[in-house]
Design a binder for this molecule. Structure first.
Ligand code: DAH
Length: 330
């Protein structure tokens, strides 16, 4: 037989090959089968290559071969896609959701420990006749500092490194401005607490967070003296911590005079838990309140601190990272 076959012979071979190939491709049911077919048809030693070899130098006949190659490749790809979509259909059918099966249940959420602590503090003061007030977190220099007897360049400003929004507006560094906002609108007698978020430019570490929560306490009435402050603070601390040792240390705040810090003895250690004092008459006078007639006390405490002491939490960051393993313990 001659090495060189005629074009019509080659075409016939190609047609035959194409017919069987099509048939085989259509009948292949797995990717492996299809892949084997691809190799046996289009591979280096595949049927098409063999035909190509018998063509010798007949360059004009290259075309039907190349066309055939592309054609078969296309058929294989089509079949592959079909196999894929059939597999997907099967999978989807199998995964059909049975809406009648009872659910396995969603674990109930619970209160964040900071919220529970804050609620507990609120409850105690409500029991003592206090009502709950709030103020804005974006404050002005006036309410956060000036009105509380902290003028510009006062060293107390350094203790509360501040996030300024512009020259006049800032994120409040404490809840004390609520005292002023409330007294502006409500003449004494006054018994309020103001829980809320406060902000300081502190670097984050185990005991510092740039955002934390305070509760402000304010009581203004006639004949209020330090004994009332002491009695209220003791009653509150014992309601919260139980019957533990408490001590008052003289301290300084620009808006109270005299001022004190309060420590509790917890697990053998003295821990500072709040600041307090008799409201400075200057603060009242600036509000137009007669400080001869009205006196009062104020206090401020950090909710995180109370929660950490109560639950022996050693790192303030645990409150804000929302790790479910931490949160589900409360
Ligand atoms: N505002 C103070 C602070 O954030 C805490 C404080 C101290 C509040 C004494 C008071 C107070 O009302 O009387 O550091």
């Amino acid at each position: 037989m001659s090495q060189i076959e005629s074009l019509s012979q080659i075409e016939e071979k190609l047609n035959n090959l194409s017919l069987t190939a099509k048939n085989n491709i259509d009948n292949s049911n797995t990717h492996e089968e299809l892949d084997q077919l691809r190799v046996s048809l289009l591979g280096k030693k595949g049927d098409l290559s063999i035909i190509l070899k018998t063509m010798g130098q007949l360059s004009a006949t290259d075309r039907p071969i190349i066309g055939q190659k592309a054609n078969l490749q296309e058929l294989i790809t089509e079949r592959k896609n079909k196999l894929n979509s059939e597999a997907l259909d099967k999978k989807i059918k199998k995964e059909k959701i049975d809406v009648t099966i009872p659910s396995i249940g969603t674990p109930p959420g619970n209160k964040h420990p900071l919220i529970s602590t804050q609620d507990e503090i609120i409850d105690i003061f409500c029991g003592l006749g206090y009502s709950v007030e709030s103020g804005p977190e974006i404050e002005t220099d006036f309410y956060n500092f000036e009105s509380l007897n902290i003028p510009k360049n006062h060293p107390a400003r350094d203790m509360q490194d501040t996030f300024y929004l512009d020259e006049n507006r800032l994120l409040r560094t404490h809840t004390s401005p609520v005292q002023i906002r409330y007294l502006e609108k409500n003449p004494p007698p006054v018994r309020i607490i103001a829980p809320g978020r406060v902000y300081r430019r502190d670097a984050v570490d185990a005991t510092h967070s740039p955002v934390f929560n305070q509760v402000e306490v304010l009581c203004i009435d006639q004949d209020i003296n330090f004994g009332h402050l002491r009695g209220t603070v003791l009653t509150f601390l014992r309601a919260f911590f139980g019957d533990i040792p408490v001590r008052f240390r003289a301290s300084y705040f620009p808006f109270t005079e005299p001022s004190a810090e309060v420590d509790v003895q917890w697990k053998g250690k003295w821990l500072e838990v709040m600041g307090c004092g008799m409201v400075d008459p200057k603060v009242l006078e600036k509000l137009g309140i007669d400080s001869e007639k009205w006196t009062g006390f104020a206090a401020g405490l950090g909710v995180e601190r109370f929660c950490m002491v109560r639950h022996q939490i050693d790192d303030i960051r645990k409150f804000y990272t929302n790790d479910i393993r931490f949160l589900e313990q409360f």
